[in-house]
Design a protein around this ligand. Sequence first.
Ligand code: ZN
Length: 219
Amino acid sequence: MRSRTIINLTFHGVGDAPESIGNDERDVWLSTDRFIEVLDVIKPVTWVRATFDDGNKSDIETALPALISRGMRASFFVCAGRIGRSGYLDAADLRTLVKHGMRVGLHGMDHVSWRSLDKSRLDREIHDAQRMIASACGAPVREAACPFGAYDRRVLAFLRVGGMERVFTSDRGPARQGAWLQARNTIRRSDDTDAITLTARDRGFSIVRTARRLAKRWR
Ligand SMILES: [Zn+2]
């Protein structure tokens, strides 16, 4: 059977970024209004999948209620080393996400690039963190999102050993729905959704039209 082409979107924090958020993550925080606007646009679009990185507290305070009220599902990728820290999701939050049908996945231990790490660091970032997140959320962790979108063959091998069923990158462009490795498109506060417009080309007129509408609204 031919696997469907989809567009994965990556959200991060929503609202005002707390002081503790570094410059590398600040650019990807969206205002609440804009986030809600984006959700309303993608809600009826079956070929767009929403993911959230970094485990910010806004996942539970803003994103979850907005998703629930629209009947939408999403995947949330969290760092094990941040669980329960100020500004980030705690174990109770993770269980709440799972209870509402959201997936909780791995985004590492300390939010570092997984490329070029030695074996013991990779073990900690991938396998130890996967166990900690599963224990915190009370559900198996079978999806991963590479921090900073960085990966190589060794990283992918570690993820396979951990039994990951789906691995998300930040490579931009479309993805095959059933593929193990999934490209994603990060939504930045400065974006006009060029990525979606470009990558939606091969999905035909109606999709391009939807993408153009998205781009227009986000200007
Ligand atoms: Zn991240």
